[in-house]
Design a protein around this ligand. Structure first.
Ligand SMILES: COc1ccc(Cn2cnc3cc4c(cc32)CCCC4)cc1C
Length: 254
C-alpha cells in the first residue's frame, strides 16, 4: 500500500515543471495519489495540461484565487468529479516584483493589498469553501519563506504577506482541528522558479543561502515534495499548525 494510495490531492499553483507545486505533485503521484490541478489563465493552461497528463489526471480547472466565483467553480468541479478531497496544496503567491527590491516602505496600498489577497487570504478562502467536502483526516498545506520570520533584503512586502500566511496557518489549524483536518506549512529555501525569475540578483540570494546553510547547498522541489508527502500523509497525524523548514538548515544559523 503506497503512502497516499487513492488519496485525492488538489494541487494549486503549478505553473511549469520548475514549480514547487510540480515537485510536490510528482512525489504525491509516485506515492499513489490521485491528482487535480488548477491553472491561472490560458497561458499557464498550456503548460499545466501536459503535466496533468503526465500524472494521469483528468481534473484541470481554471481558478484565479483572487476571484471568489472562480474558487466556487473550482469547488463545484472537484465536488462533481471527486465528491470529496483528502489533500489541498496551496502553492500560490503574488507581489508586484518592482516592490521586491529597495525599501519595503515604498509599497503602495493597492500592491500591498493584492499581495495579501493572493498570497494570504486565498488560502483561508480555499479552506472555507472546500470544508464541506474535506474528508476526515484531510490535510491542507501552504508554502512560506524565511523572509516571514526575519528581514531578508528585497523580500519586503512578500515577507509581510508570508508572516500573515504563517499566522493564518495556526488560526486555521485551531478552527479545523476539531474536524480532524490538519493545516501545515513548509518554509522552503530559495528555489529558482518562475516566481523567482526577474527578481533582482536572485542568483546572489541562492549563492548566499547555499554558503550559509549547514548542508552547504540549496534545496530542490523534490525535497520540498518529500516533506509535503510527510505533512500530507498519516505519517504526521499528530502535527498541525506547524511551519516546517525545508531549507538545508539555513534558518538555524545566527
Ligand atoms: C530575498 O528576496 C527573495 C527571496 C526569495 C524569493 C523567491 N520567492 C519566494 N516567495 C516568493 C513569492 C513571490 C515571488 C518570489 C518569491 C515573486 C513574485 C510573486 C510572489 C524572492 C525574493 C525577492
Amino acid at each position: 500500500m503506497k503512502i497516499l494510495e487513492n488519496k485525492k490531492a488538489l494541487i494549486l499553483g503549478v505553473a511549469n515543471d520548475k514549480s514547487i507545486a510540480y515537485g510536490i505533485a510528482k512525489v504525491f503521484y509516485e506515492n499513489g495519489a490521485i491528482l487535480g490541478f488548477n491553472y491561472l489563465d490560458e497561458r499557464i493552461e498550456k503548460r499545466v495540461r501536459p503535466i496533468a497528463q503526465e500524472f494521469n489526471s483528468d481534473l484541470v480547472v481554471k481558478c484565479d484565487v483572487s476571484k471568489d466565483e472562480e474558487i466556487k467553480s473550482l469547488f463545484e468541479a472537484v465536488k462533481e468529479k471527486w465528491g470529496s478531497v483528502d489533500i489541498i496544496v496551496h502553492s500560490i503567491a503574488f507581489a508586484n516584483k518592482e516592490y521586491l527590491k529597495d525599501y519595503y516602505y515604498t509599497v503602495d496600498r493597492q500592491s500591498f493589498l493584492q499581495a495579501m489577497d493572493i498570497s494570504v487570504y486565498s488560502f483561508t478562502a480555499i479552506a472555507r469553501e472546500f470544508l464541506p467536502i474535506l474528508n476526515e483526516g484531510a490535510s491542507l498545506l501552504t508554502l512560506s519563506y524565511y523572509g516571514a520570520e526575519k528581514v531578508v533584503y528585497n523580500y519586503n512586502v512578500m515577507g509581510v504577506a508570508k508572516a500573515a500566511l504563517e499566522a493564518s496557518v495556526k488560526y486555521l489549524a485551531r478552527d479545523l482541528g476539531e474536524k480532524g483536518i490538519r493545516v501545515n506549512c513548509i518554509s522552503a529555501g530559495p528555489i529558482k522558479t518562475l516566481a523567482a525569475m526577474g527578481i533582482s540578483d536572485f542568483n546572489e540570494i541562492q549563492k548566499i543561502s547555499a554558503e550559509r546553510a549547514p548542508l552547504k547547498r540549496n534545496v530542490t522541489i523534490e525535497e520540498v515534495g518529500k516533506a509535503a508527502l510527510f505533512l500530507c500523509s498519516d505519517l504526521s497525524s499528530g502535527i498541525t499548525g506547524e511551519i516546517l523548514h525545508v531549507d538545508a538548515g539555513y534558518n538555524i544559523i545566527g
